[in-house]
Design a protein around this ligand. Structure first.
Ligand code: KIV
Length: 276
């Protein structure tokens, strides 16, 4: 093996995340572009190129229409923008549920074409077999249980999970099977605090919560939601910024300048002494 440059920044890996179980909370956000990844890299342990990109960036009604090519393109951008955070890429609907061999071919494409460190799959009861197949062949996998957005068509909407005893038992069983299959961490979405606590205590790998309380080992949010880019966000999302308002103000000021003909020419900018 050839030596790595000593000054190269080392990326966080799946085993680093695994070692954080029960220790310092794991900070995760979604990222879809190079400039955003560059900003988030200093603060996050994991950047997830989520298939939420379909809804957030491409205006799709859900994640079902997201393709492998879209995921690869956005993951390449996020890898270019970041240096330190672990980059995990969602396997989109239809790219891993058919057969373990098909999932492996698609996961390998993602890893080879993007350089990302891991893939994420929504892990209902049929998927752990595929997780084991991928992990045994060198693909680190993050699972995803509870509310699984790719199941929106059979569920008839995005529904929180764990209201009944049966549902709680099923989500807990899915989480355990996901971890036993070899996932290095499990996203737990849209479940009650007590169920998130039960899952976190039952697994020996970290849980990453979204709308699942502080009972998890880490948290993830869709970055555009927490930055306030939309006029609507799910109720569990705290907005840490008002980018929609800021962008609107900036664009209004620009439009005002255009209409007021307030734009410098090259003589005042490129050719001026100050610009030399
Ligand atoms: O696609 C996504 O962004 C996700 C996270 C919100 C967990 O799966």
């Amino acid at each position: 093996m050839s030596a790595q440059r000593e000054d190269a920044v080392r990326r966080i890996t799946a085993s680093d995340i695994l070692a954080r179980k029960g220790r310092a909370p794991i900070v995760c956000l979604t990222a879809y572009s190079a400039p955003m990844a560059e900003i988030l890299d200093d603060h996050c342990d994991v950047l997830l190129v989520g298939d939420s990109v379909g809804m957030v960036v491409h205006g799709l009604p859900n994640t079902v229409g997201v393709t492998l090519e879209m995921m690869i393109l956005h993951a390449q951008a996020v890898m270019r923008g970041s240096k330190r955070a672990m980059v995990v890429v969602d396997m989109p609907f239809g790219s891993y549920e058919g057969s373990p061999g098909g999932a492996y071919a698609n996961a390998v494409r993602i890893m080879k074409e993007t350089g990302a460190q891991a893939v994420k799959v929504e892990s209902g009861l049929t998927v752990p077999e595929t997780i084991a197949y991928l992990v045994q062949r060198g693909v680190p996998v993050m699972g995803h249980v509870g509310l699984r957005p790719q199941s929106v068509m059979v569920e008839g909407g995005f529904k929180a999970k764990g209201r009944t005893a049966d549902e709680r038992a099923r989500v807990l069983a899915e989480a355990k099977a996901t971890a036993q299959a070899g996932a290095f961490s499990v996203v737990v979405e849209g479940v009650a605090e007590s169920l998130a606590g039960d899952i976190t205590r039952a697994l020996d790998v970290p849980t990453i919560g979204i709308g699942a309380s502080a009972e998890c080992d880490g948290q993830i949010l869709v970055v555009d939601d927490m930055l306030g880019l939309f006029d609507w966000t799910p109720r569990f999302v705290r907005r840490y910024g008002d980018l929609r308002g800021e962008i609107s103000k900036a664009v209004a000021a620009y439009a005002d300048d255009v209409r007021g003909r307030r734009f410098p020419g090259a003589t005042e900018t490129y050719f001026s002494k100050a610009a030399e």
